[in-house]
Design a protein around this ligand. Sequence first.
Ligand code: GAR
Length: 218
Amino acid sequence: MQRIAVFASGTGSNFQALLDAQARGQFEAAAIRLLVTDRPNCGAVAKAQAAQIRVAAFTPKQFPAKSEYERAILQVLREEQIDWIVLAGYMRLVGPDLLQPYRNRILNLHPSLLPAFPGKDAIGQAIAYGVKYTGVTVHLVDEGMDTGPILAQQPVQVEDTDTVETLADKIHQVEHKLLPSVVADLLRYPIEIEGRTVRILKESRKRDETTRIDQRIG
Ligand code: GAR
């Protein structure tokens, strides 16, 4: 069984969308085992408790350095034998202590069409810039701020009447579908990474099945 940890700092609506997807059976044999947060009182924690998911809450300020903070997280990830990390509204840059053991196994959700509007307040940045389309990106995490290879994107139209709040609602609706579907794909299919290009090899399992069927027929 593949085990997932979700990292969140906020309301946790995307964490909830992942829990709902799991309850619907969208992740087949995989399981969300852990919520990691840097904000012990955030909404995501209450959602984890309601779903009886283990919570690892660490306040970064209580550690002498980021490296110690991340090594404390790593210890819990190892205890729970976590395979995949999903950053769902986790508002910190992931450092080398987590990146190195989980290279290409950390996904981030970002509320813009990257590389536009990286970093904080992507929705406010899009409104201020006056773009007509923004959207949602799910990408693999590398050393940079929202710079890793892109797994999936979906555009969202910005109407003249949109405010940060109304646009955030529209973006959330897209996120709640896109993130679980990318997670389901990664659990199911291998990926191929060539430079910045990631391909989810959806044909490979089908091809395996075809081969098996051919062999049975033969
Ligand atoms: C989401 O919109 C996510 O894209 C964003 O935080 C929100 C969390 O909402 N992430 C970032 O901005 C990361 N740079 P939620 O707590 O309701 O899931």
